[in-house]
Design a protein around this ligand. Structure first.
Ligand SMILES: Cc1cc2nc3c(=O)[nH]c(=O)nc-3n(C[C@H](O)[C@H](O)[C@H](O)COP(=O)(O)OP(=O)(O)OC[C@H]3O[C@@H](n4cnc5c(N)ncnc54)[C@H](O)[C@@H]3O)c2cc1C
Length: 420
């Protein structure tokens, strides 16, 4: 089978690149082994949240101070500004509403009641412009009885430290009784499958009665609705008499899974081929180009393409792997930027910078990768598999994935950066 572009990895990076290429008329296939980081997403994308331990106010300005090997430095602030303005409209086409600005971070409320800088946040999720001046008045935190992946006490503590009065209530929904029979069934994604239509109306009515009882001004609740689309969130917000915001839960992430499924559906609707549950295992290289890849399911039927994109993520998604002595890229054995001295990989103090977080495949200014020192002309890397940024320390993961995917897709479309 021959494609214009084959994308290895169907998380956010692979899907965004695939959508871009497919919209321009390319024949595209994405091979995706399994869960992506979106399944664990916080409800927000970060562009650049931290710089030397301090919160970043304007990511587009702070990006200019990053080191030359950083993916953002390779793109440049103007390219990032351009692509940043295209992300929310692209997600909206897929049915995912994101809010925020690349010129001014807002703050998302975390499941442990802290505020973290963010660039784009899913519609309906709790976020504020300034955590020192919270606009919520008295807050009612509600939770579903038996749901254990959300801790109202942390939220209450965090908000009371910020000077807000907070009360919490737990409600029992008849629609969830079947799930409640087993504690292990009370997961966010299972609850979200049930929370729609009449069950949402019943929930709204219970929340309204708690609002009346407590005299609260704002409601916070776990992000346990809207698995397939945003309708249950909109319905709830329209029926609750005060503003209500969702707070991300411990994984799995309902909002992240919705984003993953919506992007995937949109890519397929555009005519893209998404090979789910398959894994690229090897490639055939000729004269500095990748000619074809083999997958676990297709066996001896290789997939051929003019261009390939590596979007396999970092250690979390097995885009990178480690054994006791080395860190490696497991499909092709691409060159990896990582220390050869194991003690340097991580710091035992988990709050310190972890070097392994910035390891990734070696890449040039156009994100081409290298095999034994040789640049591969038609294989580029995007997203979390790239070296050069410590996405956890910097809070830059979502932005790096989105920006590099759009850039690489555009370069492929423009025929840029081919054979040298
Ligand atoms: C747990 C977690 C939570 C995060 N939360 C946030 C957040 O809230 N906000 C934010 O901005 N950033 C977050 N990040 C950063 C995250 O890296 C990026 O936001 C982004 O989602 C990464 O996308 P990706 O597509 O590059 O990689 P991934 O999402 O990791 O996707 C890679 C995909 O490639 C597949 N794959 C791997 N090997 C193969 C193979 N051989 N063949 C086929 N497919 C393969 C994997 O199964 C996976 O589906 C988080 C990261 C992690 C690990």
């Amino acid at each position: 089978m021959k494609y214009d572009t084959i994308i290895i990895g169907g998380g956010m990076s692979g899907l965004v690149a695939g959508i871009r290429l497919r919209k321009a008329g390319q024949k595209v296939a994405i091979v995706s082994a399994g869960q992506s980081a979106l399944h664990f997403n916080s409800g927000s994308m970060s562009l650049l949240g931290h710089e030397q331990g301090r919160d970043v106010a304007n990511p587009l300005v702070a990006i200019e101070r990053l080191h030359p090997g950083h993916p953002y430095s390779k793109l440049g602030a103007e390219t990032i500004r351009k692509y940043a303005s295209e992300v929310a409209p692209l997600f909206a086409e897929a049915g995912v509403t994101l809010k925020g600005s690349a010129e001014r971070n807002h703050y998302r409320l975390t499941p442990i009641g802290m505020f973290k800088p963010a660039w784009l946040t899913l519609e309906g999720y709790a976020s504020v412009d300034d955590p020192k001046s919270l606009p919520w008045g008295k807050v009612l935190v509600v939770n579903v009885a038996g749901f254990v992946d959300f801790y109202p006490q942390f939220i209450e503590l965090g908000l009371s430290k910020a000077g807000l009065e907070c009360v919490s209530r737990t409600f029992i929904l008849p629609g969830l009784e079947t799930l409640r029979k087993s504690a292990t069934e009370m997961r966010a994604t299972n609850i979200a499958r049930v929370l729609k239509d009449e069950v949402v109306l019943e929930m709204a009515s219970q929340i309204n009665s708690y609002l009346k009882e407590t005299g609260s001004d704002t409601v916070l609740m776990p992000a346990i609705l809207g698995l397939y689309d945003e309708n249950p969130i909109r319905l709830l917000r329209s029926k609750v008499v005060k503003p209500i915001h969702l707070v991300s839960t411990m994984p799995m992430s309902v909002g992240g899974m919705r984003a993953q499924m919506s992007l995937c559906k949109y890519f397929q609707k555009l005519g893209g081929t998404y090979l789910i549950g398959d894994k690229v295992t090897a490639g055939r290289f000729e004269d500095g180009s990748l000619k074809a890849v083999s997958t676990q399911n297709l066996g001896d039927m290789p997939l051929e393409a003019d261009n390939f994109i590596l979007a396999t993520g970092s250690f979390f998604s097995h885009g990178l792997e480690a054994n006791p002595t080395s860190i490696y890229e497991p499909i092709f054995g691409l060159d990896v930027e990582a220390s050869e001295h194991r003690p340097e990989w991580c710091d035992m103090d988990i709050y310190k910078k972890q070097n392994y977080m910035q390891y990734g495949v070696v890449n040039d200014d156009d994100f081409h990768v290298f095999l034994q020192g040789r640049r591969i002309d038609n294989l580029r890397a995007v997203g979390a598999v790239l070296s050069g940024c410590n996405s956890m320390k910097e809070e830059s993961g979502g932005g790096v994935s989105l920006m590099t995917s759009l850039k690489v897709a555009d370069d492929i479309l423009n025929g840029k950066g081919g054979k040298k």
